[in-house]
Design a protein around this ligand. Structure first.
Ligand SMILES: C[S@@+](CC[C@H](N)C(=O)[O-])C[C@H]1O[C@@H](n2cnc3c(N)ncnc32)[C@H](O)[C@@H]1O
Length: 215
C-alpha cells in the first residue's frame, strides 16, 4: 500500500527515504542539536514508567528516547521501511506494523503521542477513523498529544494542512477536549502565526495530564 508519506518521501528524497530520514536526525544530533523535544515534552507530563504509544513512530527517534527514559513504549507505523530502520536501531523494542485508521492493539496507553506530522500525513478522508482508533487506545485519565505543522513551511512538500478545528472536532466527538495547546515542544504558548501546534486531548475530568505542568 502506498501512503501519502511514502509518495512524498520517494518524490523528494528517493527510494532510500527511511534511512535518509533517520540519518538526517543522527547528523543533527552529532552537530549538537536537541532532537528529543517530543520525548522531553512527554517526560514533563508524566513520569516513567508509564505506557506510551508512539503513533506514526517512523524510524523510532522518539520511541527509542522514551524507552531510554524508562517508559514502556510501543511504536506503530504503516510504513515497513521506516519500521525496518527502527527495528535495526533498537531490536529490543516493541514495533508494530499497522495503519492508524484501522488498528487495534487491544492495549491502552497513558500517553498516545502522534508527532512528526503524522496527522497531516494521514490518507485523505481518514482523520475521523484515525482519531477514533487513537482514542480507543487511551487509558482512563490518559492524554493524546498531537504535534504537527500548520502551514507549508512546517509540512513536507505537497502535504496539505489539517485544520486544528477538524482535529478538535474529531477528538471532541469521542469526549476528549483540547485541554492545552502549545507552539513548540518546549512548551511555548500557542500562537497560530508560529505555524506549529501541539495539542493535548483528554477527558474533561481527567486529572494531572492536562498540560498544567508545562511551562
Ligand atoms: C514524518 S514521519 C515522522 C516519524 C516520527 N513520528 C518522527 O517524528 O520522527 C511520519 C510517519 O507517519 C507515518 N504514518 C502516516 N500515516 C500513517 C498511518 N495511517 N498509520 C501509521 N503510520 C502512518 C508514516 O509512515 C511516517 O513514518
Amino acid at each position: 500500500m502506498s501512503t501519502r508519506w511514502e509518495r512524498i518521501a520517494r518524490e523528494t528524497v528517493g527510494a532510500d527515504y527511511a534511512r535518509v530520514y533517520d540519518q538526517r536526525f543522527r547528523a543533527m544530533a552529532a552537530r549538537g542539536a536537541d532532537i528529543h523535544g517530543e520525548a522531553t515534552f512527554v517526560a514533563r507530563l508524566l513520569a516513567p514508567p508509564a505506557r506510551v504509544l508512539d503513533a506514526g513512530c517512523g524510524t523510532g527517534r522518539v520511541a527509542v528516547r522514551l524507552a531510554e527514559l524508562g517508559y514502556d513504549v510501543v511504536g506503530v507505523d504503516v510504513d515497513a521501511s521506516m519500521l525496518d530502520v527502527a527495528r535495526a536501531g533498537a531490536p529490543e523494542l516493541d514495533w508494530r506494523l499497522a495503519d492508524l485508521s484501522a488498528f487495534d492493539l487491544g492495549e491502552r496507553f497513558d500517553v498516545v503521542l502522534v508527532a512528526g506530522n503524522t496527522i497531516p500525513l494521514l490518507e485523505p478522508g481518514t482523520l475521523l477513523d484515525a482519531c477514533e482508533r487513537l482514542g480507543r487506545h487511551l487509558a482512563p485519565g490518559g492524554v493524546v498529544v498531537c504535534g504537527f505543522g500548520l502551514d507549508a513551511a512546517h509540512l513536507p512538500a505537497g502535504c496539505p494542512p489539517t485544520a486544528l478545528s477538524d482535529l478538535d472536532a474529531a477528538f471532541g466527538a469521542l469526549g476528549l477536549d483540547a485541554t492545552a495547546r502549545y507552539s513548540s515542544w518546549d512548551g511555548a504558548a500557542f500562537d497560530a502565526t508560529d505555524g506549529y501546534a501541539i495539542t493535548l486531548y483528554a477527558e474533561p475530568a481527567a486529572s494531572g495530564l492536562r498540560g498544567s505542568d508545562l511551562p
